[in-house]
Design a protein around this ligand. Sequence first.
Ligand SMILES: NC(=O)c1ccc[n+]([C@@H]2O[C@H](COP(=O)([O-])OP(=O)(O)OC[C@H]3O[C@@H](n4cnc5c(N)ncnc54)[C@H](OP(=O)(O)O)[C@@H]3O)[C@@H](O)[C@H]2O)c1
Length: 347
Amino acid sequence: MIGASGYGGLQTVALLQEHPHLQVTFLGGHSSVGSHWREMAPFLGTGTDLQVKPPDPDAIAAAADLAVLSLPNGRASTLVPTLLERGVRVVDLSADYRFPHLDDWCQIYGAHLGMNRSDGGLCGEAVYGLPEFNRLAVSKARLVACPGCFPTTSLLALLPLLREGLIMPKDIIIDAKTGTSGGGREARQHLLLAEAGEAVAPYGVEGHRHTREIEIQATALGGHQPVQLQLTPHLLPMGRGLLATIYARLSPSGHSATKLTNHLLETYRDQPCVDVLPVGIYPSTKWVHKTNRALLSVASSAHGGQVIVMAALDNLLKGQAGQGVQCLNLMVGLPETMGLPLQPFYP
Ligand SMILES: NC(=O)c1ccc[n+]([C@@H]2O[C@H](COP(=O)([O-])OP(=O)(O)OC[C@H]3O[C@@H](n4cnc5c(N)ncnc54)[C@H](OP(=O)(O)O)[C@@H]3O)[C@@H](O)[C@H]2O)c1
């Protein structure tokens, strides 16, 4: 596990400590190098007391067959080529390999980070780690790029409807609310309790970096008609959880909420991590808290012509580390939900 001290790392290690077949054998980090697991995460109980080490690819390859990387954007791409050369299969939780074309990553992330990369071939090879739509490819992949919380929520809601031509691919609006853990564990002013507490605020309204990723993947996985959308995220004073309310225009033939719900039910019938609620029941982040489950619900607007899809998940599990473990399971031929919580301890 590389990036063990961060939120994605902590969740991944916690999940793997309970896992019957996968074991954590290496902890990598940066400022936490030298720390022992028991000092760093005493709240996570037992488990091997490994020490955090620098993420040297030879040391990782000597200790592990698979690596989960949960690092700030840009860092994974400095490790992945060598890890793959050493025969280590990788699940990356950052955005480094989520774009099939490196140019897109460079425009959205590279320019901001002042970083150049030359591993375009690996961007083309990486499998987008959304098991519900890429299960077979994930199981065979050397490199899996897991989508984060906003893309996972949005794509699970939109892809079945786009694929079937039930909604129009343009003018989609994703209004999303997220908790503060979405910003990572590093201290940042806007995530302080005094700033984020008792407040709701939009951010990244014009051109949020996940907008393009969702458009590209919705186009690729949803039927190849170019998808255009507006993503407006809001920060809410809660630790974890993500709720997206998505508005889309119905295709000219028009369909009722019941018909669209039935289509989602059919799509996700054999998918253990996604559930569809009956018409009139709307998902809450509390219902998916600390689970690897996404909940979807469909409603029609009173004036017709528009569908509203609501989707909730836990940003640190189905939106990050849980999805990573789901992919790891598939990569080694295990049942995909092994070691993953699917029921919340309500409330
Ligand atoms: N938080 C979410 O809800 C969420 C959801 C989906 C995807 N993601 C993505 O997942 C990735 C990790 O997010 P996070 O929220 O877990 O971040 P985080 O809490 O800020 O953790 C970042 C981790 O990266 C390590 N790190 C930083 N620089 C490093 C370097 N040069 N070498 C080795 N390790 C280094 C840190 O280790 P030290 O403490 O040792 O410095 C820390 O363990 C990000 O790319 C993020 O965009 C996050």
